[in-house]
Design a protein around this ligand. Structure first.
Ligand code: HEC
Ligand code: HEC
Ligand code: HEC
Length: 465
């Protein structure tokens, strides 16, 4: 039974690859053109990826005719589903992606499977020899990884030998307008943004608590609680979108959320807030000096977002190591980083802030939600925003900067130690059991990610374990 299932599965996949290839060989103008990888992006590896990878990693892909046979259908569908959940090449090479650089998360994922030689799955290549990734293919992919990654860092900050690490140093600062930052800072700390003048942004994003509130769920006006953990505002500027489910496109759009959330700041609309702010003559004068059209919701959002661009925490010990200071890490911490890469963590926790670059399933390798129990509304993740079933349980990857200070962890705020966070990630996201000794080293590495805000160590209370 096992062998025949296996063969059927293999044959189905070969058929699938063949059909994919012939459909795509149809040429310009064919309906499937959107699925063609962008040649510029993928240069020499494009053909190999198209032949050997796309079939199992592309949405809207036509299943072969025999896929409708009962029994076979489920098997094929499972491979497509699992492959797609792990990596959607359409997002990177479909028509929507044209002209955009490949995301750092996809680059890191391609690198990991290439270095570890896990793709295509062995059960598949064992039968279909031609689909194997050859040594030459691997070399080409790794070459491409290096080039594609470098494209994200036109002015690299790391020392030459560490430039191809999946994690890169934070910049010291981003260009900002100091006058807007000044106004944004006042507004971020202004309780008049809330309906009863009791709560400011800083009330839930305390810079002395690493930009969080260190509570499971945030407390809004009139002692109300939501069902999702407050992420840090530090380094949020590097996120591909804001909120756990990515419903705000950028920082400015995000500012328009909490003031009018009935269980957060509870105000009715900008008019209600501006009626209060405009009675403050000094602030109104300062505001009009920067924004000639005066108090508007858009201007307030713009000012607060400008201030948030200064929430960067460079100079962590790990950054110093990336920049060439070999003494910045202990031997154990360095091994911890290597394990972080080896256990696939850096496939998702990638880039300058170790996250914020992709949406991933919290139940990728195992059903986290069934194991945890006590369902929450917030568990829906990105589906809540897009309405798409395929986005159920998908979350924007949180960034890991200052992680020892930003407890408790996960969108549900259930995890109170780094040890547990690492264990859970191994089980549900990486699909690997992490022995205790490696877990401890990874935790040691994670503690090297605490940086500095305005030249001083990021404020906050380190998590116990
Ligand atoms: C026969 C279908 C199939 C083919 C062909 C295939 N994959 Fe996969 N891929 C999967 C499945 C299924 C998974 C989910 C993980 C698993 O079950 O091992 C996956 C997972 C991945 C992941 C995420 C890492 C992980 O293990 O979760 C990456 C990256 C990836 N594949 C890249 C590739 C690349 C690159 C190629 C071409 C060289 C390729 N795949 C070819 C089915 C396939
Ligand atoms: C009642 C507590 C509370 C207040 C007040 C509050 N926030 Fe938040 N903030 C949260 C929670 C909870 C989330 C996560 C919500 C979600 O993802 O659905 C969040 C998310 C964010 C994020 C997204 C970070 C990321 O990584 O996605 C930013 C940025 C942010 N808040 C900034 C602000 C600003 C600016 C204000 C003031 C206008 C503010 N917050 C007021 C609790 C609060
Ligand atoms: C497939 C992508 C993926 C992989 C692999 C992965 N993570 Fe995560 N990580 C996530 C996502 C998504 C979350 C948030 C999930 C949630 O809250 O529901 C997260 C959350 C975390 C958190 C908590 C952050 C916070 O602020 O709440 C830590 C710590 C963490 N991961 C570390 C790791 C480590 C260590 C590894 C490797 C053992 C790892 N992750 C592997 C995607 C991934």
């Amino acid at each position: 039974m096992r062998v025949s299932t296996f063969l059927v599965k293999a044959v189905a996949c070969i058929g699938a690859l063949g059909i994919w290839f012939s459909v795509n060989a149809a040429g310009p103008g064919s309906a499937s053109q959107a699925a063609q990888p962008d040649a510029g992006k993928f240069s020499k590896v494009s053909e190999m990826v198209r032949d050997k990878c796309m079939a199992c990693h592309t949405r809207d892909y036509d299943l072969p005719f025999y896929a409708s046979i009962p029994g076979i259908k489920q098997i094929i569908e499972k491979d497509y589903k699992d492959g797609l959940r792990a990596l959607d090449l359409r997002e990177e090479f479909g028509e929507k992606a044209a002209g955009k650089p490949v995301s750092e998360a996809s680059i890191a994922k391609m690198e990991w499977v290439t270095v570890n030689e896990t793709m295509p799955p062995a059960k598949f290549t064992a039968v279909h020899w031609g689909a194997r990734v050859t040594a030459k293919d691997r070399e080409a992919i790794l070459d491409w990884v290096k080039t594609a990654r470098a494209a994200h860092y036109p002015q690299p900050l790391s020392v030459e030998a560490r430039r191809n690490e999946p994690v890169q140093p934070l910049p010291d600062a981003l260009p900002v307008s100091p006058a807007k930052v000044d106004l944004g800072k006042k507004l971020f700390n202004d309780k008049r943004l809330s309906v009863d003048d009791t709560l400011s942004c800083a009330g839930c994003h305390d810079l002395q608590k690493a930009g969080t509130d260190n509570r499971r769920f945030a407390e809004g006006v009139r002692a109300q609680f939501g069902d999702i953990n407050a992420p840090s505002v530090f380094n949020a500027v590097f996120n591909l979108s804001q909120f756990w489910n990515g419903r705000a496109a950028d920082l400015a759009e995000q500012v328009g959320g909490p003031p009018f959330n009935p269980i957060e700041m509870g105000s009715k609309d900008w008019k209600q807030v501006i009626d209060k702010l405009s009675k403050d003559e000094e602030l109104t004068r300062a505001f009009a000096a920067v924004y000639p059209d005066g108090w508007t919701g858009d201007n307030i959002m713009n000012a607060v977002a400008e201030y948030e661009k200064t929430f960067i925490t460079p100079n962590s010990r790990f950054d110093k190591w990336l920049k060439g200071d070999n003494g910045a890490l202990t031997a154990d911490e360095l091994i911890g980083y290597q394990r972080f890469v080896a256990y696939r963590c850096s496939s998702c926790h990638v880039g300058v802030s170790l996250g914020g670059k992709s949406y991933e399933y919290m139940d990728l390798k195992k059903d986290y939600f069934a194991d945890r129990g006590n369902p929450l509304g917030s568990d829906a993740g990105r589906k809540d925003f897009t309405g798409k079933e395929e986005d159920l349980h998908k979350f924007k990857v949180p960034n890991l900067r200052n992680i020892e200070l930003t407890w408790p962890y996960l969108h549900d705020g259930t995890v109170t130690t780094l040890r547990d966070a690492v264990r859970i990630m191994g089980t549900y996201l990486s699909g690997m059991d992490i022995p205790q000794a490696d877990n401890a080293r990874i935790v040691a590495f994670l503690r090297t990610l605490t940086g500095e805000y305005l030249g001083k160590k990021t404020g906050g209370q380190p998590v116990a374990e």
